[in-house]
Design a protein around this ligand. Sequence first.
Ligand SMILES: Nc1ncnc2c1ncn2[C@@H]1O[C@H](COP(=O)(O)OP(=O)(O)O)[C@@H](O)[C@H]1O
Ligand SMILES: O=C(CO)[C@@H](O)[C@@H](O)COP(=O)(O)O
Length: 556
Amino acid sequence: MNHKYTIGVDYGTQSGRAVLVEVKTGKEVAAAVKVYRHGVMDEYLPDGVTKLEPDWALQHPQDYLEVLRETIPEVLKKSGVKAEDVIGLGIDFTACTMLPTYKDGTPLCFDENLKSNPHAYVKLWKHHAAQEEANKLNKIAEERGERFLKNYGGKISSEWMMPKILQIVNEAPDIYDLADRFMEATDWVVFELTGEEKRNSCTAGYKAIWHKQEGYPSRDFFKSLHPKLENVVEEKLSTDIYSIGSKAGEITSKAAELTGLKIGTAVAVGNVDAHVSVPALGMTEAGKMLMIMGTSTCHVMLGTDEKVVPGMCGVVEDGIIPGLLGYEAGQSCVGDHFEWFVENCVPASLTEEAEERGLDIHGLLTEKAEKLQAGESGLIALDWWNGNRSVLVDVDLTGMILGCTLLTKPEEIYRALIEATAYGTRKIIDTFEENGVPIHELYAAGGIAEKNKLMMQIYADVTNREIRISASAQTPALGSAMFGAVVAGKEKGGYDSIVEAAKHMGKVKEEYYKPNKKNVEIYEKLYAEYNILHDYFGRGTNDVMKRLKKIKAAVK
Ligand SMILES: Nc1ncnc2c1ncn2[C@@H]1O[C@H](COP(=O)(O)OP(=O)(O)O)[C@@H](O)[C@H]1O
Ligand SMILES: O=C(CO)[C@@H](O)[C@@H](O)COP(=O)(O)O
């Protein structure tokens, strides 16, 4: 048999990328990236006049189709691989990234009449304007003693599907009525490719309150949120959920024209960027945690029992690897944290130095921060510049730096921000362990795990654990390509299962990070301080962050 290949397409926050992978070895033969034309719309709609409220984050589904149209032909061209030798395709996305569509899948925002209605667009995972709705949902669920809450660590995040739908009902009932479907973008792209609406167990489970045994919450529960929502599941979602690793369908003639792939190429059900990455590092067993570190960090791990962990994003059967429980937690601001600093707080002298030396500003700050000792700056920060996703589940929390003096340097703040995200991760690990989910080994993937060695060393020191790094620079796309190989099937040159595919295609780098004993001791002390601040500001002892937000809203 000729060499066979699969393609994985990973849709991130700013861009989408395709990777063409050799099935037998997992070797990444070619990659192509397309930055979204409309980017993240958080101030205006594409018409340039419709202003968005604070905390909004939208995307344009046209950008997702452009990713397919440009990157798939590009990887075929770059690699010289013939389309007939590509046996499968997998897709992964940020989530919950959702959109309203008509029955045939056309997004409402493609409709000329709705182009200036923000609710017709894609609500990106980091759209945080549905917090009131999330609060209402959580309050009602708690009062009713809804069992599902325990599977989401006690709270549903405003980033997830139901608060976003509730926001649409509240603010744009006409859009709610017009929408035949509310879809995760990952399922929507698969629908576009195959003509099949096959929703996946990962986004249904983690983001849309679906449980393999218990299904969705009751009609009565949805009705208590809003009368219009009584039949939302039957009318606008679906009870037909397909396990991760299932085949969604095959490339249609329309999709073949768009992508250059052959009609009939197998397509896997959609997946999520974080979860799909697990097998790409060869991880298919319980007790290991993967951190996907980019704009945000997602923490995903496998388990054999369904445990209740406060503040986790969710536990879902078949959510990551079929047959196992998958757990997720996360930090909604990691790379964004540093981006904010670089864009807003760096003096001209540093920008000039970076330019002169041909470094990017992150690289320069990291180089300077590396020369500092742990604890030397006297600074400590809370990593809540974009709220807290785990374990407090509260987007109204904000960031904080303590310990600044007239001598504080930019690189000291940069390092304190890195440390703050490491403490946030340690808090997540400790909470899982305290609640019966042991984490023996840490793995990392994503842009930051690849780019910032200092940061990975700080994480090893703060967590006092070794950290192994994905050998792929495009881990989610590799994971998606692996699922493409599974749905293509063994007879076509693929694999029987994702466990099999992980053995041959998954990989970590040889070098790994080991905790430095001296730093571990210093960070243990600093983490104890972080914990005090975390509970003081985050658990309601002092609601100053919320009071400030209220004053801000009143003034605006
Ligand atoms: N050297 C670096 N160190 C730390 N953070 C970085 C560095 N370079 C870029 N970043 C941050 O990483 C984030 C992008 O991560 P990446 O994994 O590439 O994208 P995405 O999360 O969209 O998949 C941005 O928020 C950026 O600020
Ligand atoms: O929330 C999830 C997954 O559950 C992510 O898709 C979301 O944090 C976005 O991830 P990125 O930081 O863009 O990689």
